[in-house]
Design a protein around this ligand. Sequence first.
Ligand SMILES: [Zn+2]
Length: 401
Amino acid sequence: MATWLRGGRIYDGGAGGWRDGDIRIEGARFAAIGQAGTPSGDDTVIDIAGAFLLPGLIDCHVHICVPTETADHNNPWAGHLPGEIAIYAAEAARRTLMGGITTARDVGGWDYHEIAVRQLIRRGMIPGPRLFCAGRLLSITTSTVMSFPGMYEVADGPEQVRAAARRQLAMGADLIKVMATGALTSTEYEDARAIQYTLEELQAAVAIAEANFKHCAAHAHAASGIRNAALAGCASVEHGSFGDEDIYALMAEKGTFLVPTSCVTAAMLADEAVAAAIPRHHHERYVSFEDVHHRNMALAKRIGVPIAMGTDAGTPGNHHGDNAQELVSMVHGCGFSPQEAIEAATMGGARLLRQQDNLGSIETGKLADVVGFAADPLADIRTVRNVRFVMKDGAVARNDF
Ligand SMILES: [Zn+2]
């Protein structure tokens, strides 16, 4: 009993275009692409003629537990029940899947509710993307810790970092997230350009992660923080705002992925209620950083840094389910071609997650994740925000054709 997608236009990353044909799916995996044979009587045939089909999109930077409707991220869950957070995260996961994201990496959860959601998705009890979770993110002592009590785990010095990394793994984490520099969505007392973890502390986190067949993701804005993360062997730098030619060349040489999160400011400004209510220091930082951030993403791409798409969904106004807006930002803001943005959101993410044998392209043997559109996203990238069809693991999650 196979499932067929008939008559679609199938994205071919290698050739950078479309080829017409059928897709045969057996169980959770692609069994044949293109000339896929003839359905037999008990097969399920889905007529998807003319639809543009991409591999399921991968968002390598989300926070499904964080409410995007709340403008002030100074302890956004204060006064709420723990169950509200878990249910919010489950709904955020559902929306994320409906938005075409079949795989997401959560790089800072909230009291492990995101891991609970991951487990229920795996068991088929609730809809959502395939989740890779960091659990709590590891941070030095900062003023921001109190703003995100469910997300931050304080660990100062290599010994505490090792213990904190082990605690995340014990709670089921798939990766370790560390703060190499200050953040934008932080208190007034924190500076995104300041170094937080030292090289030695980052190396401690990477050693524990890699010893357990996991990777380490480093939040870094400041140049020397990016350098430390690359030298320590972190698999990805998140944001990477203030690099320069030498820093990005080092990332390219080490194979360190950059996760641009370039839609954060546009997403915040697009939600008028959030933009009006956001604390002033957050608003000012977002707006004043955007130009240099976008320019530097373009520079990093030109230098050859491997790129994986990530939205930072969870920041104010950066709503769960509109994750594909990041591709638009990469193309219109950072000078990526539509194909480069799509590759970052498919094979780029798959490689960063070390899942290139399972994810990232529509190829025989890989997991059958497909997202479909009525128009050609290579011709107009804005199409990716208008998802019409989603399949994950060979099961249809959405079909508006
Ligand atoms: Zn983030």
